[in-house]
Design a protein around this ligand. Sequence first.
Ligand code: GLU
Length: 296
Amino acid sequence: MIPTQPAGYRGRFAPSPTGPLHLGSLIAALASLLHARSAGGEWLLRIEDIDPPREQTGATAAILHSLVQHGLRWDGDILWQSQRSAAYDAALAALAADGHLFACTCSRRELGPGGVCQQNCRARRAPAGRPCALRVAVPADFVSRWEDPWQGTQYCALGRELTDFIVRRKDGLYAYQLAVVVDDAYQGITDIVRGADLLDSTPRQHLLQQLLGYPQPRYAHIPVLTDDRGRKLSKQNMAPALDDTAAPSNLRLALHYLGQPTPPAAADQVQDLVDFAVAHWSPLGLPRAPAVTAGQ
Ligand code: GLU
């Protein structure tokens, strides 16, 4: 069934439980919540727990606790990707039935830079019994184009610039690109606000939406927060976990990085700070690319 998009604004935050939230992820969550709430929209939460080898014990609980402590309240029930296998299988079956998938048996060593399949797997039938990844055959003429409020006009001739990408991994796990597209459609997401580190995923997601007959949400990518050596603040780079006991000052710092008006000194409760930020949300205040720097 082709999901229909709801009339109103519906945004989401979709963390992977690979570690606790840090300042960079708080900024992304806050921007997405403020954009949704200031439009009178909903804001949903999805836990992207489809990659057990990369997950950290306790990370989900820590993420939920941080969100609540920082006054970032989501609407409705949490969607857990670990419970969505049937939907991902159905999407894979639909893609396969339309001839959009092929099996790739390349080992890590055989893949070229950026994980490019170099063995011409697209053109041959995969030998039975060998573990294989499933890739999407990107149509040569596919073009992805969108107006990004913070990154400007984005254009990617995917068919020429990008290679056939993985939707199910060799180890049987579903790829992020597939799961995110299936779930954004399932949840009726109209607007995606996330970090610019995911900018190059958007054309792939556009392609999957087109192939699966899903509506295309609007995409907006906020500049990525980097440390003073220019490295993205990420769990992989050991960015410190948010101190939940300092939620009001974390929120003030996040608002500062988002170029938003400073809340009055009297606003010392998280709910007051979030309410002020929703009422004063000014997307134009956000720094445009290049990335802003933390720790200055
Ligand atoms: N789960 C992804 C992450 O934690 C984000 C997915 C998205 O916002 O599209 O980086």
